[in-house]
Design a protein around this ligand. Sequence first.
Ligand code: 15L
Length: 260
Amino acid sequence: MRVLVTGAAGSIGRVLLPGLVDRGHEVVGFDRLPAADGFDGSWHTGDCADPDAVLDVFAAEPLDAVVHLAGHPGEAALPDALTSHVVTTAALLDAMLAHQVDRIVYASSNHAVGRTPRTDLLGETRPRPDTFYGVGKVAAEALLSLYADRYGIDAVACRIGSFLPVPETRRHLATWLSHDDCVRMVDAALGATAPGFAVLYGISANTRAWWDLGPGHDLGYHPSDDAEEFADRLPVGPDDEAEAAHVGGPFTGEPFYRPA
Ligand code: 15L
């Protein structure tokens, strides 16, 4: 597939680009920043909150799918969160319609359901954001659902846990998404047969997982790594108990960025 990756210079993009190329995809990078050294594919520098900039990319590149990673990865004021997650997604969806591109894989977040109390394994559940960041992710998912229903776009929202080289806290024993599993996840979401609008949880095959991997399995996502192998190396921390109260962990205590 020829895939446009937004946020291609970010932490996930830098892992995903070579990973997708290894799996036989041709990748086009799009970011406000220039390409990292060593990337020799096609690259566009611009802001995907700008619909004209997005349309320029689609006019220049034949594409089969979009992987939308761009967005501020933490809490922000509500208007900024909506621009970062919803306005960008809308610009991409409209460009996809204009250029007959019918698949998008979206980097959503566990914080779309972060305020859910931690009990048993969490399946597909109602939106329950923990921050304005989470509200932005929920709204972007809603937009994907709307375009799937109205225009037949295939849209897979990956509610990513904690994308890290290795787990760093006890919470990560449940929430970790390894680099290799992230590539597996996006590759599966790109290749899933007619998913319509679908949600999966973007975590590795963690023994202590808080989220159900069933919907991911149904889409062909079979993670291989398990945070458990790091359990002995992770000391108990002062925030562990608070972080285990809700699935969103530290985000559930974030202050809101309201205008003064
Ligand atoms: C996210 O969605 C954030 O972008 C990332 O910074 C982490 O905080 C992660 O969730 C997490 O929950 O660990």
